[in-house]
Design a protein around this ligand. Structure first.
Ligand code: SAH
Length: 395
C-alpha cells in the first residue's frame, strides 16, 4: 500500500477546482501531510478535510498538483484504459480518426499526456513527471486498444526540463519508417514523426485549412510560415492559381516540396526559405500583391513575460500582410500562443488594420480542431485562434 499523501487547499482556491480546473499552483496549497517525492499520487482535500480529488504532485513545478480524478479510485492501468477509451469515443463521433489527436492532455482529463495518431502509428508525449511515471502502462493500454504498427515518443520538449525530466525521443514500439503518409481533407500529406516539429504535424489546423474553401478560387496565395505546406496544398485543392510558401526551415520546405509532388501541385507552388517578417516587408516594397495571405506563425508568446514583444510581432506581420492583400482579398491569420486570448488577438488585428489603413470584415473567427477540445474550466486548453477577414481599402 502506498503511503497516503494529503494536500490541503487554501479556501480561495476551492471554487476554481470545484468548477473543474485541474491545476493547483504552489501558492494555492495550505499544507501537505506525508513525505512527498516528485511524481507521487496525492489526495486533495479542502481546508475542512473533505475529499476533492486525486492527482499527481511535483513540488519543483509551479503547477504543483494536477488532478487526475474527482473520485477515490486507483490510478492504474484500468484508469488509463477508461480515460483513453473515452477520449477515443469522442474522436470517433466528431473527426476523421484515420489521423487525429487521440488525447489532448487536460482537456481529456489526462493532464500532461498527448497522443497523436497518424494512420497506424501513434506518437506520444508525457510532458510532466507524474504522467511520465505511467508511460509504460499507457503504452500497454495503447497497444491493447489500437494495436498500432508502431509507437514513437516525442519527449524532446523543453517543458519536461521544468519537471526534472530529460528531453528524449525514440521508438517505443516497432522500428518503422518515421515518415508516414496521412490523408487530410482529401490531400496526401507526409508526416515526419521523428524530425518534424512537435509530434510531426499540426493536426490542430485541419478544420481551419478546410475553411479556405470558397476564398481561394483562382487566387494568388501567400502561405507564410508554411511548415510542410498544408495550407498551401489546401489552397491549391480549392482552386488557387498560384501559391508562394514561405518558411525559415529548409527541412520543412523539403517535405513541403515532396507533399506538392505527391498531390500533383509542384508547378503551382513557389517555395521560399526566408524569414517571413523580412519577406513580407520586401514584397510590400516591391509592390508584390496577393489575393489571399495566410499567417500561421509559431507561438510568439511562450510566457506571460514575453507577451508584449509577441503582440508587437503579431501586429507587425498582420500589418504587413494587409498591405500586400489586394482590395477585397482575404487574410487568414492565426496565433497558437496560449497566452494571447482571442480578445487580445482580435484587438491586435484591429490595430494593425488601422495602421495599414484598411477596413476589415470578419468572416469567421475559429479555434483549434475538434480533436483538441476546449474546456471552459481550463482556459489554458484554448490556444489556437484563426481569424478569417476580408481586407478592404477605404473608399
Ligand atoms: N502552417 C503550418 C504550421 C506552421 S508552424 C501548418 O499548417 O502545418 C510555424 C512554422 O513557422 C514552422 O515551420 C517554422 O519553421 C516557421 N518559422 C518560424 N519562424 C519563422 C520566421 N521568422 N519566418 C518564417 N518561418 C518561420
Amino acid at each position: 500500500m502506498r503511503e497516503k499523501i494529503k494536500v490541503f487547499l487554501k479556501r480561495n482556491t476551492l471554487r476554481k477546482i470545484l468548477l473543474g480546473n485541474p491545476w493547483i499552483y504552489h501558492n494555492e496549497i495550505l499544507k501537505i501531510e506525508g513525505s512527498v517525492s516528485p511524481g507521487d499520487i496525492v489526495d486533495i482535500y479542502d481546508s475542512s478535510k473533505s475529499f476533492i480529488g486525486r492527482g499527481y504532485i511535483n513540488p519543483n513545478s509551479k503547477i504543483t498538483v494536477r488532478i487526475l480524478t474527482r473520485k477515490e479510485e486507483e490510478i492504474n492501468k484500468e484508469f488509463f484504459r477508461e480515460r483513453i477509451l473515452k477520449a477515443w469515443e469522442y474522436r470517433k463521433k466528431l473527426v476523421d480518426t484515420r489521423s487525429c489527436r487521440v488525447v489532448f492532455g487536460e482537456a481529456d482529463f489526462l493532464p500532461g499526456l498527448i497522443i497523436d495518431k497518424f494512420e497506424d502509428i501513434l506518437v506520444i508525449q508525457t510532458l510532466s513527471l507524474g504522467i511520465d511515471r505511467f508511460k509504460e502502462t499507457i503504452v500497454e493500454v495503447l497497444e491493447e486498444i489500437f494495436q498500432p504498427r508502431g509507437i514513437y515518443e516525442r519527449n524532446d520538449v523543453p517543458v519536461r526540463e521544468i519537471e526534472g525530466l530529460p528531453q528524449i525521443k525514440g521508438f517505443l514500439k516497432g522500428n518503422f519508417d518515421p515518415i508516414i503518409e496521412i490523408e487530410e481533407n482529401g490531400l496526401k500529406i507526409l508526416v515526419d514523426v521523428k524530425d518534424g516539429q512537435k509530434t510531426g504535424y499540426f493536426l490542430d489546423q485541419r478544420e481551419n485549412r478546410a475553411a479556405l474553401k470558397g476564398l481561394v478560387d483562382g487566387a494568388e496565395v501567400l502561405d507564410a510560415f508554411s511548415y510542410t505546406g498544408s495550407f498551401a496544398l489546401h489552397a491549391l485543392k480549392f482552386g488557387a492559381e498560384r501559391v508562394v510558401a514561405v518558411d525559415s526551415s529548409d527541412y520543412a520546405l523539403e517535405l513541403a516540396k515532396k507533399n506538392a509532388i505527391l498531390n500533383g501541385f509542384l508547378e503551382k507552388i513557389e517555395f521560399i526559405e526566408e524569414n517571413a517578417f523580412d519577406l513580407l516587408r520586401k514584397f510590400h516594397k516591391e509592390g508584390r500583391n496577393f489575393d489571399v495571405v495566410i499567417l500561421d506563425p509559431p507561438a510568439f508568446a511562450k510566457s506571460q513575460k514575453s507577451l508584449e514583444n509577441a503582440l508587437r510581432g503579431y501586429k507587425e506581420i498582420n500589418l504587413r500582410a494587409m498591405k500586400i492583400i489586394r482590395d477585397g482579398g482575404f487574410l487568414i491569420t492565426c496565433s497558437c500562443s496560449q497566452h494571447v486570448s482571442p480578445e487580445i488577438f482580435q484587438r491586435v488585428i484591429e490595430s494593425a488594420s488601422h495602421d495599414a489603413n484598411r477596413i476589415l470584415r470578419l468572416i469567421e473567427f475559429r479555434y483549434q480542431a475538434k480533436d483538441h477540445p476546449i474546456l471552459y474550466s481550463h482556459p489554458e486548453s484554448l490556444y489556437l485562434k484563426c481569424g478569417i477577414y476580408q481586407v478592404l481599402k477605404k473608399e
